[in-house]
Design a protein around this ligand. Structure first.
Ligand SMILES: [Fe+2]
Ligand SMILES: [Fe+2]
Length: 311
């Protein structure tokens, strides 16, 4: 028998179900509404793309780079939602014959992530239609999912919670307040954010539930798994930032000198680490949760592993 002293917080799951039903949206009739992505505007805001650090680029070139980054940003979300959805379905098993409200909340979560993946495939096609040939999105969603899902559930839920919290922070702090972005690109992340708000609460509940089930030794092993997962995310970030730098150099319409190309590669890596790792680690709600579910020695281990990425 597993340790079962954990009390399911039905009211918090119920709130997620209620909000999920109320804000439910459709990709075509609510979000896209026959619109096209406007290439006259930036896609990713400066607060995420860090393009202002590349002062040798013209305004038009900076806009192009924000659009390439926006394309990869949408693709990365589509990619992580593959493993997130599989894990949500897996943990929902514990509620099959138990709390039916918790089960409903997780089924809606899964349904929404399937819709989001379809939405991000549509975004890739729309942006692909407007950008020159040669863009490559290198990580494979199923390969990444298989690697991630081989780690402990505690670690996968921690990573998922981190992602779904930074999704909200990105929208509120950078995307919403930027008046220079394409309206449709902005709306994609507005609609996404509305559903992700419930996901982050459910991640927190399921992560806590899993934590209660584990022994001290299993928790300690799970921290190592989380460190491995962050390293894997960093590997993806290095791969894709390199591919996007190369694509930009090829299509920007002039030749950059060696120093400029290196600077471009460095800033893209810094921007992607900021987007997918650092901004989430610094999110107060995530650090508070991690603080509750880890010991000081474990946090020190995580801090040491993160140090080279946070520089
Ligand atoms: Fe999503
Ligand atoms: Fe989500």
């Amino acid at each position: 028998m597993q340790q079962q002293s954990y009390q399911i917080e039905t009211n918090r799951y119920a709130k997620c179900v209620e909000v999920s039903k109320r804000i439910r949206w459709d990709i075509d009739t609510d979000l896209i509404r026959g619109r096209q992505i406007d290439f006259g505007h930036k896609f990713l805001p400066d607060g995420l793309s860090l393009i202002h650090e590349l002062d040798f680029l013209s305004g038009e070139e900076q806009r192009l780079l924000s659009q390439i980054q926006g394309r990869s940003y949408a693709n990365i979300f589509g990619l992580v939602e593959r493993f997130i959805n599989a894990k949500v379905l897996e943990v929902s098993r514990d509620h099959w014959l138990g709390d039916q409200t918790a089960l409903e909340a997780l089924i809606r979560f899964s349904d929404e992530e399937l819709k989001h993946q379809e939405m991000f495939r549509r975004v890739e096609r729309m942006i692909g239609d407007g950008q020159p040939e040669g863009y490559r999105f290198l990580p494979d969603p199923n390969e990444v999912a298989l690697a991630v899902l081989s780690k402990s559930t505690w670690a996968v839920l921690a990573l998922t919670c981190h992602i779904e919290l930074f999704t909200q922070a990105h929208y509120k702090q950078s995307i919403a307040p930027d008046p220079e972005l394409s309206d449709l690109f902005k709306d994609i992340f507005l609609y996404h954010w509305r559903e992700e708000s419930q996901h982050a609460i459910l991640d927190e509940l399921e992560w806590g539930r899993e934590h209660a089930r584990l022994s001290e030794v299993e928790r300690d092993q799970a921290v190592d798994d989380l460190i491995d997962l962050v390293a894997a995310v960093d590997g993806i970030v290095q791969l894709q930032s390199g591919a996007d730098a190369e694509y930009f150099v090829r299509i920007c319409g002039r030749s950059l000198d060696e120093g400029q190309v290196q600077r471009l590669r460095d800033v893209l890596l810094k921007a992607y680490r900021w987007q997918y790792i650092v901004s989430g680690v610094q999110e107060p709600r995530f650090s508070a949760l991690l603080g509750e579910l880890t010991t000081e020695a474990q946090r020190e281990r995580i801090g040491k592993a993160l140090a080279p990425i946070l520089q």
